[in-house]
Design a protein around this ligand. Structure first.
Ligand code: FES
Length: 569
């Protein structure tokens, strides 16, 4: 088979000289240019992305595997997205990174690629970019941190921050304890070790068949994480020789498997948007309705924070994702092909479970019905989502008066105001936090409860927004309202005291205001001014799709393959 890289390195002319000569300044010997598979290692390492700060070591292990299998590894950096530091939100840049990945792969003499991802958005961004090139690819996740340990108990990334900050606000925790907890929570390399977005997406990688078995759960600092990276390096060389491209793995069945796995692990709502975007790149027709229909009968088997009690380290010791997928039995397309050349069913058959409190059997699930519910109604004509497993059961059917915040600054300015007209039954509404409005659809949907509500000992209220929510958060929180307020969705015209009805069982979200009044308000509505009118912000503002379509840029859907039209000299 003639490899793609031979169009660079096998040339016996002036261009071939240029392609090889400059590479040799790195001390690369002649035989590496003899036609062997060239493997790109796409690295999101950055000290500004602490979850991925150990990736140079992982890349080295991948290289060992590539060399061992007769390949030629070449590591390259792409923009990295650190969830904790980047403003206004990493989600704004997910699509930009995907473009970086796509064009870096296509423009270079790469036959196959190993994708190194960890922190939330790095996983979808790399899968999206690589899918648009459709070369053989395998993902290696960076792995979760070890369990947080604070004053004799386990604490989870994100999840316990929300608890601690509410405790500080209501006087149950002092500032010294709060600051002590920082180092106790993040005490090793790796990404968030709750079932937040990073862990969810690492499970998605495995469920889609894009990672080796056990990719999701091995802790970042466990030596077996490095062995897995080594094996991925070996395997990608074989995949190139087999011409096993992403489009053979990312089939409709693979996405259906991933949706059911997200339900079974009680995964993050962010997976909805990311999977819709990845499917859009590879050409699989996936919709919000698929999320509701496929997740509906799937029980939550995993007892992990934020919904449960354990953390990713416990999940690994209990058997990891293969044990969950095996337990799902006939809910999974067992014939779906995976990167190791075997089917998903073959990979998980006989996968043991060592702790049935962490990974529950299907007959005694952790929660009976855990799929994400997709809501419809005049407040979200294109859909909205809620995660029932993170919500308060008594609030799943609720009617209350709206208390409206026009944007996140308005929320922060007024939420603790003693004169705020809010009741425990109120429905908190936050506008202008969607893809175009924020911009980038920030994780602010789990609004802090007003202080006067917290002081009554109340821990949850119905909250509605066009924002996303951190996968480590919880509450009766309706997210991803589409169309968003900034494009004139009904959310934009909700006013204080309007009645809102939520009925999760009926999949309904309704603004109880007469249609004529809605139209009257809509006629006077004006779109907010964008934050910047140049650069990537402008491109994003002008081209971003709504949440129900994955919030990709409209011109990025689909794939162009790996062909390049012209020589460069
Ligand atoms: Fe990186 Fe949570 S902050 S995974």
């Amino acid at each position: 088979m003639k490899l793609r890289s031979s169009a660079w390195f096998s040339l016996r002319d002036r261009n071939g000289f240029i392609y090889r000569s400059w590479m040799k300044n790195q001390g690369l010997p002649d035989h590496l240019f003899d036609g062997r598979p060239v493997i790109g290692i796409c690295n999101t390492w950055s000290e500004l992305t602490p979850c991925n700060a150990h990736f140079r070591e992982i890349a080295d292990r991948v290289k060992r595997g590539v060399f061992e299998a007769g390949g030629f590894p070449l590591e390259f950096p792409v923009m990295s997205l650190g969830e904790t530091l980047m403003r206004p939100t990493t989600m704004l840049f997910r699509n930009l990174v995907s473009m970086d990945v796509e064009e870096s792969i296509r423009a270079n003499p790469i036959d196959g690629v190993v994708l190194l991802a960890g922190c939330d958005k790095t996983t979808p961004a790399l899968l999206m970019g690589a899918a648009s090139c459709d070369l053989p690819a395998i993902m290696v996740s960076g792995g979760p941190m070890l369990n947080g340990k604070f004053r004799g108990r386990d604490i989870g990334s994100g999840t316990d921050i929300w608890k601690f900050s509410e405790d500080v606000r209501c006087g149950a925790m002092d500032m010294c304890e709060f600051m002590e907890a920082e180092a106790c929570m993040s005490r090793s390399a790796g990404h968030c070790m709750t079932m937040g977005t990073a862990s969810t997406m690492a499970c998605v990688v495995e469920a889609l068949g894009m990672g080796l078995p056990m990719n999701a759960a091995i802790p970042a600092v466990d030596s077996r994480r490095y062995a897995l990276a080594h094996m991925a390096g070996r395997r990608i060389v074989e995949m190139v020789n087999e011409d096993l491209r992403m489009s053979r793995i990312l089939t409709r069945e693979a996405f259906e498997n991933a949706i059911r796995v997200v339900a079974a692990i009680g995964g993050s709502t962010n997976a909805v948007i990311h999977l819709l975007a990845i499917a859009g790149r590879i050409g699989v027709n996936l919709t919000l309705n698929d999320w509701d229909a496929l997740g509906r009968e799937v029980p939550c088997l995993l007892n992990l924070m934020p919904a449960g009690k354990y953390l990713m380290e416990d999940f690994y010791y209990a058997g990891g994702l293969p044990a969950v997928i095996r337990e799902l039995g006939d809910l999974i397309h067992r014939d779906a092909l995976t990167v190791n050349g075997k089917t998903l069913g073959e990979n998980v058959s006989g996968a043991p479970c060592f702790n049935h409190d962490v990974i529950r059997p299907r007959k005694q699930p952790f929660k009976a019905d855990s799929g994400l519910a997709v809501l419809r109604g005049n407040l979200c004509s294109n859909g909205a989502v809620i995660k029932p497993s993170a919500a308060t059961p008594e609030l799943m059917k609720h009617r209350g008066r709206a208390i409206v915040f026009e944007d996140v600054e308005d929320l922060r300015a007024r939420v603790d105001d003693p004169d705020l007209k809010v009741e425990p039954t109120s429905v908190m509404v936050l506008k202008n936090c969607g893809p175009r409005g924020y911009p980038g659809m920030a994780e602010v949907g789990n609004m802090p409860l007003p202080r006067k509500i917290l002081e009554k000992g109340i821990k949850d209220m119905v909250r509605i927004s066009d924002a996303r929510m951190s996968g480590t958060a919880y509450g009766t929180v309706v997210l991803h309202v589409s169309p968003e307020a900034a494009v004139g969705g009904t959310l934009a015209i909700v006013q204080n005291e309007d009645m809102i009805e939520l009925d999760v069982a009926a999949r309904r979200l309704h603004l109880d205001v007469a249609e004529s009044e809605i139209e009257r308000r809509r006629a006077t509505w004006k779109p907010p001014q964008p934050a910047f009118d140049r650069g990537y912000y402008k491109l994003y503002h002008d081209c971003v799709l709504q949440a129900d379509l994955g919030a990709d840029l409209d011109f990025l859907r689909g794939r162009s393959g790996a062909g390049v039209p012209r020589e460069n000299h």
